[in-house]
Design a protein around this ligand. Sequence first.
Ligand SMILES: [Zn+2]
Length: 561
Amino acid sequence: MPNRHSAQLRASPTRRPSGHSTFPRLTSTVPARAAPGRGIGSSAPTTGCFDFSCQGFSGGLILDSLRVAGRVSRRDVYGTTMRIDLPAPLAGNASIDLELVWQFRVPAQGAGRMGHDGPLYEIAQWYPRVAVYDDVRGWNHEPYIGAGEFYLEYGSFDVALTVPASYVVAATGRLGNPEQVLTATQRSRLTAARRSAASVAIITKDEAGHVERTRPATQGTLTWHFTADSVRDFAFAAGPNFRWDASGYDGILIETLYRASADKWEEAIRMAREAIKYFSEQWYRYPYSHATTVEGPIEGMEYPMLTFVPNSPTREDQQWALSHEFGHEWFPMIVGSNERLYPWMDEGFNTFIDLAGAAKYFAGTPYGDSIEVHPLHLYSDHAKPGDEQPLIEKPVEVRDLFWGGYQKPALMMQMLRYEVLGKDRFDRAFREYIRTWAFKHPTPADFLRLMRDESGMELDWFWRDWIFTTARLDQAVDSVSTEGGASVIHLENRGTMVMPTELAITFADGTKSTVGLPVEMWNLGARFNYRVPERKRVQRVEVDPRHALPDVDRGNNVWPR
Ligand SMILES: [Zn+2]
């Protein structure tokens, strides 16, 4: 999901009016403060809507029949979950067939995660699926509710979609029958696009919406056949009037499908390609055959190989939304953490990699050159005592999910990368985390252990402050004294968080010195005396002179006051 990042860049976050939700049963029983709703970008409580879009939700699927190993089975439905008892226990590596017949009426707005706009359909969360059974928690059968996302098992999909012949379909998975559903011209353009860094139009502006020029048949239906391996979900989009651009990176086909009304989308193919390329080169190579994004009514949602992204008001917003949803291909599509419980491990890690990606894409502009500092600047507005919650809390219990799920974990990762481990040491460890846990289900402890082992640094102090508590940092220069001709700087840790820091010293003769102090200086308590090696009179001292740390009171960082 998007993180309302752009709303935060403006002074007043936009929020649609509440109160028109079609979810009255749920909203009446859920405390308003627990509902992030559209106000995810705001620390203010939101009332009246339970889902991310605030557009409500009418739908759900209707199960007509269930067969287990060929026999009609009893089922027990509890809200959005169903229990099936097998006729006999299933042995390890054994399999059993579950056969379900169900109906699914497509709602206009599916809680911000799917829906349709006129003839354009963006379809997801549309089929029954098996809960994850893992070796930490056993069955993960949390019911689906708006603020929590999804914890899904990896698998293979073989899907046939029959749609009107005038429709073009984009989906998770490799298209198995292009000769039946695409024209010869489109197939040859796609072959060229896969090898082209520049955009190739598969359906041009002039061709879009003209059935006779874009479809191999103009009447009846066509069936599109897709297969996918090592994916945790399957989604698709279908529309009759797409423009379709494509390009390639390292054999990966990158595609954008959009309507003529989407004025920011001619650049979208470049934004999409840069995102896939950057994340691949920096962290882990994109493992699937294509990366496709479809413009439509959904304000930003990720699925394997496919994202739904709206047309945005500015280029910066557009790049952010496109690259954020594609960043989810790494977290949680490749690294399958439990989104339902730990949004910081997907939304947070994703926001962290997106910030550096946006800085790269817009390098040399005021936006590009300042975007990475954005979470640090949000700190004072969101890290409020008594209001802030530890990252480890479940998302449905978090009041300020924008902060706790997205921006604070991104800031945590930046602090670890730039201020604690250094870029090379961090990058090697984080790459190893992705590689080790690709297509698996890491828990928080797995991440913490791997970062410690790969960096060679004990980090419990860091995780305690950033993930398990709401500790705040307030480092101070208390005073400077002279002992036996040497200057001694008396530092104090007045907050509850510990961090390493820098000390900038200006001497009376005008010379300067900068000293890096390790976090171990706080091992013996909240006071640390730094003995200045230069035998010169100290005129001025400042802790954290680069203003790199989230220090809540900078007034005490400088001596003399
Ligand atoms: Zn997201």
